[in-house]
Design a protein around this ligand. Sequence first.
Ligand code: SF4
Length: 292
Amino acid sequence: MPRGITPRQPARTGRHEGVRHVRRTAVAALRPTRRSAVAPPRAERSPARKPSPAATKPAGAKSRSKAAYDPLAPERIQEILRRLDQLYPEVTCALQHKSAWELLVATILSAQSTDVRVNMVTPELFRRYPNLQDFAALTPEQLQPEIRSTGFFRNKSKSVIGAAKKILADFGGQVPEQMEQLLTLPGVARKTANVVLGTWFRKNEGVVVDTHVQRISRRLELTRNDDPAKIEQDLMKVIPRERWTLFSHQIIWHGRKLCIARRPKCVDCPLENICHAADKTWNTVEIHKNAK
Ligand code: SF4
């Protein structure tokens, strides 16, 4: 017998390796199967195939490598904040104001408008009506021409005059410092309240979610929501509280300077290599379909 060839021995268990045991009926057992008639069992026909490299990977290795990227990982958030600090070290609200009341009026006027436009209107407005009592004494028809260029001037004039009257009636003529109280004023929702509380009163009660924050927090995968209230809740979970107001202003400035809506200037953006937004205009990293 040539060396290396060992005759097959029956297994002690009575079962032969490589032979498939199929339960067959008595009649079927008499019929030869195609395989047993013409070909030996697969194990005897050819050596076992080498497993592919992919198959030798431990189960779940692929999913683990994908799961390794977490857009909300604390290290990534810290890196975003660090780069924003370098980019916009001491930014604040761009609306010109000298008091809480002026900031409140300017923020109400900035809805659906731009800070630049509002800043063109408010100096003359506050020169003509220097304090809150002057606004409370106006009729909407008197105020409308003054603020017409900011858009939605009929609603805005009602809001400003209504807020002035309520502050006089309920808060002793002082703009309230509490979120719940501010939200009782006409024309004031969380965005406006957050601007006033964070910028004038230095209170981090929430994140200002305007159109820039809405767009960029999605691009940076800090939220998947579209609704400003839900975006604010998402941001409040991942951004440290002491950073809420500064973060809002930094992102708003970033939205004006680089991360603009239609064609963001990604080639100039220091956040580029940690940004996976789907609509980037220049890219060195993988694009994530979930980001917008
Ligand atoms: S890389 Fe582009 S899309 Fe991302 S934050 Fe910067 S400007 Fe915006």
